[in-house]
Write a protein that binds this ligand. Structure first.
Ligand SMILES: [Zn+2]
Length: 253
């Protein structure tokens, strides 16, 4: 199995959302990414990043949310374009795993018409609840014709222990991370917004844009324990870590 990290957009936000005490006017730039796993039984995407339309007309695509998380990427810096550099078409994707259903994580799901879309049951419920739009769940981003295949506990995608989904609620009700195990490069945890920055793992403090702060802190403690046991934790939006990762055609195996 090979794993490729792919660009999925880039956002500007207030730094104080992520770093307690940071001055209000300070901004932070956040990379957005997706992960492609080429498993012998199928091509799997963990998250699909931002929709290219968000780069062209942010307000039309995201409404008021585009003021809170401002797109600063080109349409080419999104998943379908990045897959092309690997000669992979959207029809070649068999499974899309949704860490959660915010627009910077599921914005390209709509392109993967043939794929099974996996998402935690609590997350699909949160996205369809009254007032979900105000919590950042935009139907135009997460809804797609084939619907979801849901799970509500640990879930082993192919039954061989290589890609295992671990629910870690906190950032959102159905937030889920993936443990991906390789013979050569070891164990990775694709943490998405359970740990947006490496700093969140170090301090144990969750960002402000969190659904349940206590559960989010528990998730961070769990991730720290996994890190201490040797796993590489891939944060959802850490620019320093992102710069150092193998990306695009380069891979982990
Ligand atoms: Zn995010």
């Amino acid at each position: 199995m090979k794993m490729h990290f792919l660009e999925g957009g880039r956002l500007r936000m207030r730094r104080s959302i992520y770093i307690p005490g940071a001055p209000k006017e300070e901004a932070i730039e956040l990379p957005v990414h997706a992960t492609l796993m080429r498993h012998p039984r199928g091509n799997v995407l963990f998250d699909s990043g931002c929709n290219p339309e968000a780069a062209i007309d942010p307000d039309a695509r995201w409404g008021g949310l585009s003021k809170v998380m401002t797109p600063i990427f080109s349409p080419e810096q999104t998943v379908v374009h990045q897959l092309k550099t690997l000669a992979i078409d959207p029809e070649d994707i068999d499974v899309v795993i949704c860490s959660h259903l915010h627009p910077d994580h599921c914005g390209c799901n709509t392109y993967f018409r043939r794929a099974t879309i996996l998402c935690h049951e609590a997350e699909t419920q949160a996205a369809t609840a009254n007032g979900a739009e105000n919590l950042g769940y935009l139907r135009g981003e997460w809804d797609q014709p084939q619907g979801f295949q849901t799970f509500n506990a640990e879930y082993d995608v192919f039954g061989d222990g290589r890609i295992v989904l671990l629910p870690m609620p906190g950032h959102t009700p159905g937030m889920t991370v993936a443990r991906v195990d390789f013979e050569k490069d070891g164990s990775f945890i694709l943490a998405s917004d359970a740990a947006p920055l490496q700093d969140n793992i170090d301090t144990g403090i969750a960002p402000k844009n969190t659904w349940n702060i206590e559960l989010a802190a528990e998730a961070l403690a769990r991730l720290k324990a996994l890190q201490e046991r040797g796993a590489t934790i891939i944060s959802g939006h850490d620019d320093t870590q992102w710069q150092g990762l193998r990306k695009g055609v380069e891979f982990y195996e």
